[in-house]
Write a protein that binds this ligand. Structure first.
Ligand SMILES: Cc1cc2nc3c(=O)[nH]c(=O)nc-3n(C[C@H](O)[C@H](O)[C@H](O)COP(=O)(O)OP(=O)(O)OC[C@H]3O[C@@H](n4cnc5c(N)ncnc54)[C@H](O)[C@@H]3O)c2cc1C
Length: 402
């Protein structure tokens, strides 16, 4: 429970509060120490996706736990952690060992550092990799989440297969379990439909709390620690134009509520930002985010553009490939895979969704694919990839439009 919970009464207008004296801190706002508080707590967590849930849950349970208030803008809007494919990398878990894969935290850390050009802190990276197996085991044993080793994916840049996932390959069941568990904990208060609106700082520019909007009224929350887990800025076109201009006009397949507020509040009080150009791109069929599951390309599927030609090594990181797909004539690519791959992936949520929405066309011959998508048949027939059997004439072929 909260240490102190002072909700504003119906008759308390703004006049009942001491006035706020404002000073500048960076470009942020300073508050006077005599500010009236609606809530006082140990930790306030703003944003309730995967990161916010873990931050709040950890604070509420570690070493006896502290009081935590968790804010969420709108839980009915699927946030990014919900729409993920739920692939969680981890090294040397019991599931990975049972699958006969030899791996180690050191190899995993090496893969990450190679991929990010050694931009992440080496010690922190290694420590996270060392604890990755413990996390998977905690999800299974502690949260009773149904996780399995994902055999269909050797991830881009990974030396070994190490993805774990829910059998449906979607984040919903994992996040649902986390929500139920963390909401039931003592010491926690969850306020949905209560977006954080800014930071409150004292004369020394130390963050002492946040403001939030509850049904149109300002809520002032004092906290010893503030965690900003408001996700990315994928829904903020203005920020995209500044930091990731090549993706500024791409469909937003992440949470609609992620306007980068936490990042901007930090910047407003003079904090530095880093890694602002990184993003998650995807091969998408519809603008609502309906997409392929990575296993399709990973197992040997190919992509051709309108000219019927392959235009890239599909095995590259699909996130980086998003810009390449968008650069094709009319932003159009057709993904083709065979029956074997289809059998491996057809029970996965995102593929079922794509099938349901009509984004996947089942074809019996290459000629049928060419005709359906208006591809020049002669050129198209010559395209193949060493790892794919897509050109076997007896195969049932499936094509997808991007
Ligand atoms: C299509 C897709 C597939 C992906 N698949 C994977 C995968 O398989 N494996 C993997 O590891 N990663 C995957 N990712 C990346 C991963 O989903 C994200 O890195 C992760 O979910 C981010 O979690 P988060 O808690 O920071 O953000 P989010 O899950 O987006 O949560 C942020 C929350 O903050 C809330 N919020 C925003 N502003 C405010 C505010 N002012 N006040 C209160 N609340 C606010 C939002 O409503 C939201 O609930 C995928 C991403 C995408 C887009």
């Amino acid at each position: 429970m909260l240490g102190l919970y002072l909700r504003r009464g119906p008759n308390d207008g703004d006049n009942a509060r001491p006035s706020r004296r404002r000073r500048r801190c960076g470009t942020g706002v300073l508050t006077s120490p005599d500010l009236a508080w609606d809530i006082e707590t140990d930790v306030v967590v703003v944003g309730s996706g995967g990161a916010g849930l873990m931050a709040a849950g950890t604070a509420a349970t570690v070493e006896g736990g502290v009081d935590v208030v968790r804010l969420e803008k709108d839980s009915s809007d699927p946030f990014t952690s919900v729409i993920t494919s739920s692939f969680i990398p981890a090294a040397w878990t019991r599931l990975q060992r049972a699958a006969g894969v030899e791996d180690s935290p050191e190899i995993m850390a090496g893969d990450i550092l190679r991929k990010n050009g050694h931009k992440s802190d080496q010690d922190v990276t290694l420590e996270l990799c060392r604890r990755s197996a413990e996390m998977i085991h905690w999800f299974i044993d502690g949260l009773e989440v149904d996780l399995e080793f994902a055999p269909e994916v050797t991830w881009f840049g990974h030396t070994n297969k190490r993805k774990h996932s829910h059998p449906t390959r979607i984040g919903v069941p994992i996040i649902d379990r986390m929500r139920t568990y963390f909401t039931s904990l003592e010491h926690t208060t969850y306020l949905d439909n209560t977006p954080g609106t800014g930071l409150l700082v004292d004369e020394d520019c130390t963050v002492i709390g946040v403001t939030a909007d509850q049904n149109g009224a300002e809520l002032r929350i004092r906290a010893k620690k503030v965690a900003l887990t408001t996700g990315s800025f994928n829904a903020n076109r203005a920020m995209l134009r500044v930091y990731i201009p090549e993706m500024a006009d791409a469909p937003n397949i992440g949470a609609k509520s992620n306007m980068g507020e936490g990042i901007r509040w930090g910047m407003d009080i003079g904090d530095a930002v880093d890694q602002m150009t990184g993003y998650q791109g995807r091969d998408c069929i519809f603008e609502d985010g309906t997409r392929l599951t990575p296993g399709v390309i990973n197992e040997g599927g190919i992509a051709v553009n309108k000219t019927g030609k392959r235009f890239v090594n599909e095995e590259k990181d699909y996130s980086q490939l998003a810009a390449v797909y968008r650069a094709q004539p009319d932003g159009f690519a057709v993904f083709i895979w065979d029956e074997r791959i289809q059998r491996m992936t057809e029970n996965m949520h995102v593929l079922k969704e794509s099938m349901h929405k009509g984004g996947i066309q089942i074809c019996d011959t290459l000629a049928e694919i060419a005709s359906h998508f208006g591809l020049p048949e002669n050129v198209f027939k010559t395209q193949s990839r060493p790892t794919t059997s897509v050109c076997g004439p007896e195969m049932t072929l499936r094509a997808e439009r991007s």
